[in-house]
Design a protein around this ligand. Structure first.
Ligand code: ADP
Ligand code: MG
Length: 321
């Protein structure tokens, strides 16, 4: 791509150089970055690709594309109980558009500063617009929140509210009408989802299993069930819904979004009964916003109930293929 090196320098290397970065012995500019993992920690690594036209509209604001790409990757670190350290960025661009890159870089570094994660390298190629971000974080040995640790009798919780991701998509695609307050809230939830890193630091020593909700609560909780060889029950009436979802006055639709809509980026986690007092204390103190929505049971499936009666779901989550 013409001017590739100059563009990388202008929009990524120079920008990054202004931010102090822990453990970066050598950053952008050489064949590899050289990194020092904090003493006594393990490295948690995750990568995600966003393709224009599939994961976001090709004409979406570049600043928001960058924010969303980095935030959803940070959500994976939160789900694992890892603290952000570094990330790499592989960019495939249809053209070297300076305005687009300036805007992308602005969104990217605003988010990187907010969550204290440093860009340490990447790759730039020409082709259909595609963004791949790989994040790296530090975990204390033994405290990573894996998917395979849930046990029968554990409580199932989610942070904050579920269903906003699907409601936001419905709003953006003009399938529903919202008032001004809800519109602002849902836009923000969709384009700038908050990676639950703070919540992760509070729960990681007590949670037996965790993941972030990207494909839909039922589909994602099923991953914990598969890995842990257990079943789960969700009490639909306990699902935490945002005011935006409540004011729509369509409970069946709201529950459907909460159960099977994706893109919430909240944490779903399990807690053993003997550790539940610790979590309840954090909630009571107002430090943690989380709700008990169900329980781990014998079996291999996630089932839903409403006030003790079976609750049928029409679809269980987003699948790419
Ligand atoms: P190489 O050919 O050795 O892979 P590149 O020309 O791809 O080197 O990249 C040169 C330097 O710029 C490397 O340090 C690489 O990590 C960095 N880099 C390339 N593209 C990006 C990008 N989009 N964001 C951040 N760093 C990048
Ligand atoms: Mg390269």
């Amino acid at each position: 791509m013409p001017g590739e090196f100059q563009l990388i320098q202008q929009f990524f290397q120079r920008e990054q150089a202004e931010q102090p970065a822990e453990g970066v012995l050598l950053g952008i500019g050489d064949d590899c970055a050289l990194l020092q993992i904090p003493e006594g920690k393990q490295l948690a690594v995750s990568v995600d690709t966003l393709v224009a036209g599939i994961h976001f509209p090709a004409d979406a604001d570049a600043e928001l594309i960058a924010e969303r790409a980095l935030r959803t990757n940070l959500s994976d670190l939160a789900a694992m109980g890892a603290d952000p350290l570094w990330f790499t960025l592989a960019l495939t661009l249809p053209e070297a558009n300076e305005d687009w890159l300036r805007s992308f870089s602005r969104g990217l570094f605003a988010c990187a500063r907010e969550y204290k994660i440093a860009l340490i390298g990447g790759d730039t190629t020409s082709g259909p617009l595609t963004i791949t971000i790989q994040v790296m974080g530090a975990v204390t040995p033994g405290t990573a929140m894996r998917r395979d640790g849930a046990n029968i009798g554990d409580f199932v919780l989610v942070t904050n509210n579920v269903g906003d991701g699907a409601a936001a998509l419905a709003m953006i695609q003009a399938r529903i009408n919202c008032d001004e307050t809800s519109t602002t809230y849902l836009q923000e939830r969709f384009y700038r989802p908050t990676p639950r890193l703070y919540e992760s630091t509070l729960i990681r020593e007590f949670a037996s299993a965790a993941l972030d909700i990207s494909d839909g609560l039922v589909a994602d909780l099923q991953h914990i069930c598969d890995a842990s060889d257990v079943g789960a029950i969700i009490d639909v009436e306990n699902l935490p819904l945002s005011p935006a979802l409540q004011t729509l006055n369509n409970q069946a639709q709201a529950w459907e979004w909460a159960l099977s809509g994706g893109d919430d980026y909240e944490l779903c986690f399990t807690v053993a009964p003997e550790k539940m007092a610790n979590i309840a204390m954090l909630i009571a103190q107002g430090k943690l916003n989380a709700t008990v929505i169900g329980e781990i049971i014998p079996g291999d499936k996630v089932i839903c109930e409403c006030e003790g009666e079976p609750y049928e779901l029409t679809r269980t989550g987003y699948q790419h293929f």
